[in-house]
Design a protein around this ligand. Structure first.
Ligand SMILES: Cc1cc2nc3c(=O)[nH]c(=O)nc-3n(C[C@H](O)[C@H](O)[C@H](O)COP(=O)(O)O)c2cc1C
Length: 197
């Protein structure tokens, strides 16, 4: 179906996947066509009950600047003692990467599909965004920071009652491969189940 070497490469990229932190992100970001592909991968996550328990709000170009005003204002509400410099710093959050996607988890309560499963599906959508961005040739970071947990920001995003931010996925380019970071080894987290004798 796919050439053997492309499968090998895709698996190797998964094995070696590393986040590139937003402070190291550069232009360019994905084109509109590339972004369409990345988002198309995000909506192919497992979704028990066909609920589509997620949606995506993208910030591109000047929208990142405009939303910065919301971030600055909400930060000031949280921290009335914040200095002008701190507010300006918060307002510039989305400018750290060419594209930012807010992944919104939206759950149906009182539904036979547990909320836990609907929430996991939103997490999977975040991960698919990261992986697809990597495969298309970009780098990405999944951040929540304070503004995934702020009522004012939620309101500015137009979130409904059963919606919340699962993460902001920042996507851009990088000049260098990030260094490895300590990780659990497979032996530490994997075991074979053995039937009790
Ligand atoms: C739900 C979620 C929220 C995260 N939020 C933050 C964050 O707010 N700030 C941060 O520095 N890293 C955050 N991270 C961690 C980074 O996305 C990233 O995983 C980390 O830098 C390690 O890099 P790695 O993905 O290469 O292991 C978050 C990860 C997850 C899964």
């Amino acid at each position: 179906m796919y050439p053997e070497n492309s499968i090998e490469e895709a698996v190797q990229r998964l094995i070696e996947r590393r986040t590139v932190k937003v402070i190291h992100m550069l232009e360019p970001g994905p084109s509109d066509a590339q972004m369409h592909k990345i988002l198309s991968a995000a909506i192919r996550v497992p979704d028990h009950g066909k609920l589509a328990p997620w949606r995506f709000i993208e910030f591109n170009g000047d929208a990142r600047v405009a939303f910065g005003e919301v971030l600055g204002r909400c930060y000031q509400v949280q921290k009335p003692e914040a200095t002008e410099a701190q507010i300006a710093h918060e307002a510039a959050r989305f400018l750290r990467a060419p594209r930012v996607v807010a992944v919104i988890s939206r759950v149906k309560h009182e539904h036979k599909i547990p909320v836990w499963e609907q929430t996991l599906s939103a997490g999977a959508a975040c991960q698919n965004l990261l992986v697809a961005a990597n495969l298309v040739g970009f780098v990405a970071q999944w951040l929540t920071e304070w503004y995934a947990y702020d009522k004012g920001v939620d309101q500015a995003l137009g979130l409904e009652q059963d919606e919340r931010v699962a993460g902001y996925i920042y996507i851009g380019s990088a000049a260098e491969k990030p260094p490895e970071r300590p990780r659990a080894t497979l032996d530490e987290v994997h075991s074979q189940w053995v039937a009790p004798s």
